[in-house]
Design a protein. Structure first.
Length: 164
């Protein structure tokens, strides 16, 4: 028998043997506690957010691998701002209120979380993408509009923070 892939959405650092993971992994014959502990360790950085996880079980060799996705940028931004409720429709619309303000360090932190699966060629390009998401959400960065921050990033004003 080949590998079995079980996909689930779990709360970062709080996966449990309850559905959907427990019933799906039970028939594999592997130590469920070990798998759950591994998932929680890999997702602890995303505490409080829903994280996509794939558990790849090889029944023949009785081994498993865990692939952890990242929450969407909007979820990471809301997490950094301490917002758990859905964002209202009018946020981000010209002339409407802003929902919060990110520091540039928080923006860089989000970029580093998303870097592995991103299509952007550099951290600098990814920072511009994240700032674009902030624009549509109604989030300012360092007290300025995201468009100003993108211009500053492109001018190289944040190169020291975006190195690496």
């Amino acid at each position: 028998m080949a590998k079995i892939v079980i996909s689930a959405l779990v709360e970062g650092g709080k996966a449990s043997a309850a559905p959907p993971l427990g019933p799906a992994l039970g028939p594999s014959g592997l130590n469920l506690g070990e798998i759950i502990a591994a998932i929680n360790k890999k997702t602890e950085a995303f505490a409080g957010m829903q994280v996509p996880v794939k558990v790849i079980v090889d029944k023949a060799s009785r081994t498993f691998e865990i692939e952890v996705g990242t929450p969407p940028v909007s979820g990471l931004v809301k997490s950094k701002l301490g917002i758990s409720a859905p964002v209202k429709e009018e946020a981000g619309v010209k002339g409407k209120k802003t929902i919060g303000n990110l520091s540039f360090d928080q923006l860089v932190s989000i970029c580093k979380m998303k870097q592995e699966g991103a299509l952007a060629k550099s951290l600098k390009a990814l920072a511009c993408e994240v700032a674009g998401t902030c624009l549509s959400m109604g989030v300012t960065i360092e007290g300025k509009g995201p468009k100003e921050i993108v211009a500053a990033i492109k001018e190289g004003k944040f190169d020291a923070k975006l190195a690496g």
